[in-house]
Design a protein. Structure first.
Ligand SMILES: NCCCCCC(N)=O
Length: 357
């Protein structure tokens, strides 16, 4: 934080490694989470080509996770209520002397008792502390400020992008004004400017996390989820954000270059997929025909690589080309990710990087 000289680095800055949590709850992951576990293994393998991967898993699933994951992936026991470490893990901040600390925001399953996705969430809310203990860093704990890491992106130079849809929603910090929320983010992440987008991807169950609609490639350069189909509700959402971004300047006074990352055709839950998910009172149901928040923007930026979701859509190839153009010095790797999307997120949501302080 500002007073201690720590800042949140951009995801494109060097990493020491990354954390992933193992999926298992059958009321969010179909067929006992087996398809999701295979996909998480593929994501872990893809990232481990670029940086060290640590997977946290419950004791019940420890032997299975250890068996399914390649040897180079480290497997440790971290209890959890579900596997979204982007959102319940620590946000690491670094200072100029190579020191690192973890910001441990309060987590409430994306809206708590207002519009949260499951109950309870106490194990998730302890994940950040456990990861900072493993990483042997100090920790800033905020008991009374709810934030998911997937709802923010920074350029590492004083600018943060987020969405009003999420941070101003009633289930996060209804007791705080927009300005009070801004000041907490500026203090803990050492920021000068916050650019507020309006909404996230259409029908995104996280209340429109920014990590599904816009990401920083580097300071002054953003990729935005886009469609040319004016009949798709996504068009108005993306257009509104495009106008905000192209009319903003960042903390350094730069105009922002906004490149378009075209979304796949709408992805709908099939009957078979819906029937594989346990119906549990209090957990968001997965119903046939529901439109999922599919977006290539939900990719992970690793050391020298980009790992992005594939949807079996004609735009998969177009997304790879757009990403390669944006990241000429990184290897672009696609991983079929429909199984993660069926759980409500994607590759960025299941990762949490540890910066190389
Ligand atoms: N069902 C929970 C989905 C969480 C998605 C996470 C993210 N950062 O968007």
């Amino acid at each position: 934080p500002k007073k201690d000289g720590f800042r949140m680095p951009g995801e494109f800055e060097p990493h020491k490694g990354v954390y992933i949590l193992w999926p298992e709850r059958p009321d969010n992951w179909r067929d006992g989470a087996k398809p999701a576990q295979h996909t998480f293994v593929n994501v872990a393998k893809a990232i481990s080509e670029f940086e060290h991967v640590t997977v946290g898993v419950s004791d019940e699933q420890y032997a299975n996770a250890r068996h399914m994951l390649p040897d180079e992936v480290e497997v440790v026991e971290i209890s959890n209520d579900d596997s979204w470490i982007r959102d319940c893990g620590p946000t690491f901040v670094v200072n100029d002397n190579g020191k690192m600390r973890g910001v441990d925001w309060h987590f409430n399953a994306w809206g708590g008792l207002v519009d949260g996705l499951y109950f309870p969430w106490d194990k998730d809310d302890r994940v950040a502390q456990k990861v900072t203990e493993i990483e042997r860093t100090d920790r800033y704990r905020l008991d009374d400020f709810t934030l998911e890491g997937g709802s923010i992106h920074v350029d590492g130079e004083g600018t943060l992008i987020t969405t009003e849809e999420c941070l101003l929603s009633q289930g996060r910090n209804p007791q705080l004004s927009k300005e009070q929320i801004e000041n907490i983010l500026k203090e803990y992440l050492n920021l000068e400017k916050i650019i507020w987008l309006k909404k996230g991807i259409y029908n995104d169950e996280t209340n429109g996390h920014v990590d599904n609609i816009a990401n920083y490639v580097e300071p002054g350069h953003i990729l935005l989820a886009w469609t040319d189909d004016k009949d798709d509700p996504q068009y108005e959402i993306s257009k509104e954000n495009y106008d905000i971004l192209t009319n903003s300047t960042d903390a350094k006074g730069r105009k922002i270059q906004v490149d378009k990352l075209y979304v796949p055709k709408p992805v709908l839950i099939t009957k078979e997929e819906s029937e594989g998910v346990d119906a549990v009172d209090g957990t968001l149901p997965r119903q046939e025909g529901d439109r999922l928040a599919a977006s290539y923007v939900n990719y992970y930026t690793a050391n020298g690589g980009i790992v992005f979701p594939l949807f079996g859509d004609p735009n998969d190839e177009k997304a790879k080309e757009t990403l390669q153009k944006a990241y000429p010095d990184r290897k672009i790797v696609g991983v079929p990710a429909r199984e993660i999307l069926l759980g409500g997120g994607n590759i960025h949501c299941i990762t949490q990087q540890v910066p190389n302080a």
